[in-house]
Design a protein. Structure first.
Length: 307
């Protein structure tokens, strides 16, 4: 295998990237039901401060004929060529916590070399944990919370969040391979596969992005604002509900999915880590108090305390 480091170019200012940050990853190109990965990675880069740490060699990893880049034809000339990018970013969340983000296209070629390159970057930057997100279409209703299947070696997240634990073969993606290799080194890693209603798989479903960001927050403690996405989600779901009300066949489908979903969940109760023992969500004042307490701890220099 060729030198994995030849697949990427580090920026000159990587010397000041702190060690021990969490790594978050989301690659597009396979499934991405509800555009969950596309939305959450774009949302992070649109709303948070970041800089590029490393850029991967697109010509070595991408099949251009399968996923052609876009270019604009302006009457008689070409402009605005937009090449695909796969990069590692240093990002800062809402309260100043930094993390690394691996974002862009899923490589078409050289998976083993790409996996070795990512593991090398994880070692170089002393990454403390790796969290990745993927989404697939499933026969579930949009009227219920988006469920997740959780993989990896962080059993506390698997036990508390994974609603579906199948025994089955699945078509792998590049991040599956990276998780597999990380498990061999006992590096803390977790993958979240969002279970998206199959009839919304080809849409840009805002709640899918919210679910992705919530999963990342549960795994890393990062604070990422989702107010705009949630508002977009409410408007989107209202439109879907309106269509269901006027389409009897669709209403029967959703009703059948609800019945199946509720029956399954009765036999697989999972209490959300955000709820108390009675299943109640904390109030906005309680959340604000917890956040204020956390910020006070940080101001006192106790950054090593858990969230």
């Amino acid at each position: 295998m060729q030198d994995p480091e030849g697949l990427y170019e580090l920026n000159e200012d990587v010397f000041d990237v702190p060690g021990g940050l969490p790594l978050v990853a989301g690659l597009t190109g396979f499934a991405d039901a509800g555009s969950a990965v596309t939305q959450f990675t774009e949302y992070l880069l649109d709303t948070l401060d970041y800089r590029i740490v490393a850029t991967f060699d697109t010509d070595a990893l991408l099949d251009y004929r399968a996923r052609r880049p876009m270019i604009y034809f302006d009457q008689d000339h070409l402009t605005n060529y937009r090449p695909a990018r796969l990069a590692l970013y240093l990002v800062t969340d809402e309260i100043g916590q930094q993390f690394l983000l691996l974002s862009g296209f899923e490589p078409d070629f050289q998976w083993e070399r790409f996996s070795a390159a990512v593991l090398g970057l994880i070692e170089e930057f002393q990454v403390k944990s790796t969290t990745w997100v993927h989404s697939i279409p499933m026969p579930v209703p949009h009227t219920r919370s988006i469920g997740v299947t959780v993989s990896g070696n962080r059993t506390e997240l698997i036990d508390s969040l994974s609603v579906w634990k199948p025994h089955t073969q699945v078509p792998a993606n590049a991040l599956h391979l990276i998780e597999y290799r990380l498990q061999e080194t006992e590096h803390p890693t977790v993958g979240f596969v969002l279970l998206i209603p199959h009839y919304l798989a080809d849409t840009e479903y805002p709640d899918a992005a919210v679910a992705a960001l919530s999963s990342i927050g549960a795994a890393t403690g990062l604070i990422i604002p989702t107010d705009q996405l949630r508002e977009d989600g409410r408007e989107f779901v209202a439109k879907i509900d309106s269509q269901v009300e006027t389409n009897h066949e669709l209403a029967r489908l959703v009703g059948a999915l609800e019945e199946r979903h509720d029956s399954y969940m009765e036999g697989n109760p999972l209490r959300s880590p955000l709820t108390d023992e009675d299943g109640e969500l904390p109030s906005a004042d309680e959340i604000a108090a917890e956040l204020e307490n956390f910020l006070a701890i940080r101001r006192n220099g106790q950054d090593d305390l858990p969230l």
